[in-house]
Write a protein that binds this ligand. Structure first.
Ligand code: SF4
Length: 124
């Protein structure tokens, strides 16, 4: 999986669900893979939820915000809506990862990461 955007000057931020459910693990791991491929910098969703002003201002200034939630409770999506900050949204359960059911294997992470990266390449 290689980066296809090639624009490391663009400031995109990625925010990952870091909950307790199994769906958290691929959300977090895929976010780190996307960051390593220089498509985005990773920052803290919990800090946004805690209303920390520096993080909120960074999200407002970001070219694109990418939010990867674990499940339909969609904590990250709700935080961004509350702050009226635009974002691209992905949710692990939309990729067949069932909350509390799906074992998180390397294949689950690799396949889901490839799909998300492909979608990001179309929008970044
Ligand atoms: S999005 Fe779902 S898995 Fe992630 S923190 Fe919220 S409730 Fe937990």
């Amino acid at each position: 999986m290689n980066c296809c955007c090639g624009d490391t000057q663009t400031i995109n931020l990625i925010f990952a669900c870091s909950g307790a459910a199994n769906t958290r693990y691929p959300a977090d791991t895929i976010s780190r893979l996307i960051m390593k491929r220089e498509m985005s910098s990773m920052t803290c969703l919990a800090a946004m939820g805690a209303e920390l002003s520096g993080f909120i201002e960074s999200a407002k200034a970001s070219e694109k915000n990418i939010v990867i939630d674990g499940c339909p409770v969609a904590c990250g999506k709700k935080i961004f809506i509350r702050h009226d900050i635009p974002f691209e949204h992905f949710m692990m359960t939309d990729f067949g990862v069932q909350k509390g059911v799906t074992p998180i294997t390397e294949a689950v992470i690799t396949d889901t990461a490839a799909e998300i990266q492909s979608r990001l390449c179309a929008i970044l």
